[in-house]
Design a protein around this ligand. Structure first.
Ligand SMILES: [Zn+2]
Length: 186
């Protein structure tokens, strides 16, 4: 199954090689641009159905992920779980639910991500859900490229891959004067 997911990322050109500034602030020679996969509804359906299948017995009532990357993942996964899909976004740097979105107290919540690197945005979403007293049943992501990350909830990824990341102060690629790209927005 992992090979199938990797194959989809490869054939849509979603695995970029170079020198990248990740949203976490870390540098890496590999970047997963999930938007290039998710532009194909068939692939989005295929992948999110797998996520949904894993959590199908968790009685998920709402799926939530951080904008922009996880909006489609949340929506498509929610479709298979017959749940709502909402997303968090930053307002003056603070992650929150906007647009009138809300989570009911005790409601079963599945958190989703496209790619997990440091887990920072996932942790911010966890805090948002906790602030509503939502009941987090698990975390699902398409690609987990984190190192030794653990949450208080079950984490399920379609593709677990170990990719080197560098602290910006000690980056092998910076030392070679390779120009850095911030790929998220372009
Ligand atoms: Zn660097």
């Amino acid at each position: 199954m992992k090979d199938e997911v990797l194959e989809i990322y490869e054939k849509t050109g979603a695995i970029k090689k170079g020198h990248f500034l990740l949203s976490s602030g870390l540098h890496s020679d590999i970047y997963f641009q999930s938007a290039l996969v998710l532009q194909y509804p068939n692939y989005a359906e295929f992948l999110c159905k797998k996520l949904a299948n894993f959590f199908k017995d968790y009685k998920v009532s709402v799926v939530v992920g951080p904008a922009l990357g996880a909006i489609l993942v949340a929506y498509e996964t929610a479709r298979f779980l017959n749940a709502r899909a909402v997303f968090t976004e930053r307002e003056v740097g603070i992650m929150k639910l906007r647009r009138g979105f809300a989570i009911e107290k005790g409601e079963n919540v599945l958190i989703v991500e496209d790619v997990i690197t440091t887990g920072l945005s996932t942790k911010e979403v966890i805090e948002v859900v906790r602030s509503y007293d939502g009941n987090i049943v698990g975390i699902g992501c398409l690609v987990d490229r984190s190192e030794n990350l653990s949450f208080d909830y079950p984490l399920y990824s379609l593709l677990k891959i170990n990719v080197k990341t560098y602290n910006p102060y000690n980056c092998e690629l910076c030392k070679q004067n390779i120009p850095i790209e911030k790929p998220g927005s372009r």
